[in-house]
Design a protein around this ligand. Structure first.
Ligand code: SF4
Length: 459
């Protein structure tokens, strides 16, 4: 089983990796198959069924819109967000869906897209797409599972485990943090160096570096876009975008004493995270890191470092992403990064651990210290539930990213103050996250049926 840094960091659109990016990707793949089989022309009708969490919070997470955009031939990485939104709006009004952007069929979203209030056995996030011909015969059908972080799995692959197995042979395979640390020790190298050697199994070093820098640039553009927009986020909760006004206030501020300076640094971290997550909630261009709901933590922590150290060298950026990805891989392999599977601990907790590890690495932490930083980052997110109000990725998600980004910096700092030795290992915390997620009621797993989603609604 091999996972790449680019499985953890993917360019996509908001507001959710599992409920927006993955459904768009699944629908896009569905259309690709129709075209490969030369069946597109036969299709006269499409039926879409959304199950479990995709049904419960699908409207708030824009699953409906994302699925239709995918069927229209849009891929999350390359979609022109504003232009395609306009096309979709126009087509839905005239009850037409242009499959692959070229094949129009009648489509009534109220009749042809069904939200089913039950989960399929394999995974809480499931969707089925059926293409029918003029005589109502099935042309092609498939069921897709959105398994977190934008990963999808179709019916034919569920026997392969939690995701499609990549059989690439990497030089330094690891399944646990213990194995990762042993490899670093044996080869006298850092976590980022070991990850880089593994990544070379898929791409050249030049390509890896270029792709990481591209991802960093998209994150920075997302922050900048978040700093330029204000107003109210769509969805009905009337959540005000704050990043722009906080930014303007911070630019005017002068600090003269230690407490103010400390607060100042923290305010910038908060700001970067808020900017990304407001942009995500608005359906903008974001990088899943490792999910969209938790997309603000890693850019906020790296932006904090870059801004306050003035070190934005390629080497630093690349090391940060590689070591963060090593921790994300461990969370994905041994527990989950999906809020629908294990609650928010899997999304925000994993992102916090990844950011802590990245920061500890670029601050010259030893592999033991980096593992400790990740462990602290994840341990103090254990049990975190997913209860988005109104099914929107706004409350508690936006602020939660800011809090976790600050926590990640604190975790790295605590780990760097030690020698890497500690009581609870990262492996044990990941195992605990998995078991806690199993015991967690479905109410707290991205269904908006419990917690803040229920208690904060005023009658
Ligand atoms: S509460 Fe956490 S897991 Fe749930 S949607 Fe928000 S960020 Fe994602």
């Amino acid at each position: 089983m091999a996972l790449s840094v680019f499985d953890l960091f993917k360019i996509g659109v908001g507001p959710s990796s599992s409920h927006t990016v993955a459904p768009m990707r699944a629908a896009y793949r569905f259309v690709e198959v129709l075209q490969q089989r030369r069946d597109l022309e036969k299709v006269k009708q499409i039926k879409i069924y959304l199950y479990g969490s995709l049904s419960s919070t699908g409207i708030g997470h824009a699953t409906d819109k994302a699925t239709l955009l995918g069927l229209m031939g849009n891929d999350p990485e390359t979609i022109n967000i504003s232009a395609s939104d306009l096309t979709l709006e126009r087509d839905l009004k005239s009850k037409i869906l242009k499959i692959a952007g070229i094949h129009p069929i009648p489509f009534d979203v109220n009749q042809d897209m069904l939200f089913i209030d039950e989960a399929l056995p394999y995974h809480p996030n499931a969707m089925k797409i059926i293409a029918l011909d003029q005589q109502d015969n099935e042309v092609y059908a498939n069921t897709y599972y959105s398994i977190g972080g934008g990963f999808i799995l179709d019916e034919s692959h569920i026997d392969q485990g939690s995701f499609i197995e990549d059989k690439t042979q990497i030089p330094y395979p690891f399944q646990s943090a213990k194995e990762l640390l042993a490899l670093c020790k044996k080869h006298q190298c850092s976590i980022s160096h070991l990850m880089l050697e593994n990544e070379k199994s898929w791409r050249t070093e030049t390509e890896i570096r270029a792709k990481i820098i591209e991802i960093w640039h998209v994150m920075q553009a997302c922050i900048q876009s978040g700093l330029q927009h204000d107003g109210i986020l769509a969805g009905g909760l009337n959540v005000k975008r704050r990043a722009k006004s906080i930014h303007q206030r911070l630019l005017r501020k002068e600090h003269t004493n230690l407490i103010a300076t400390t607060f100042n640094a923290m305010e910038w971290v908060n700001l970067f995270a808020l900017a990304v997550n407001e942009e995500n909630a608005a359906g903008g261009r974001v990088v899943t890191a490792p999910t969209n709901g938790a997309a603000g933590i890693i850019p906020a922590v790296l932006s904090y470092y870059v801004n306050f150290s003035e070190d934005e060298s390629e080497e630093t950026i690349v090391k940060f992403f590689l070591s963060a990805a090593a921790v994300g891989i461990l969370c994905k392999l041994n527990a989950s990064i999906s809020g629908a599977e294990v609650g928010c601990q899997g999304e925000v907790g994993s992102a916090c651990a990844m950011a802590s590890a990245g920061l500890a690495e670029i601050l010259n932490g030893t592999p033991d210290q980096v593992e400790h930083a990740a462990e602290i980052g994840l341990e103090h997110n254990l049990g975190l539930t997913c209860d988005p109000v109104g099914g929107l990725v706004q409350i508690p998600c936006i602020e939660r990213n800011a809090i976790a980004a600050v926590k990640a910096i604190n975790a790295a700092q605590m780990a760097l103050n030690g020698d890497g030795q500690h009581y609870v290992s990262l492996d044990k915390v990941i195992q605990t996250m998995k078991e806690t997620g199993k015991d967690m009621s479905d109410k707290y797993k991205e269904t908006s049926k419990g917690g803040l989603a229920v208690n904060s609604i005023e009658c």
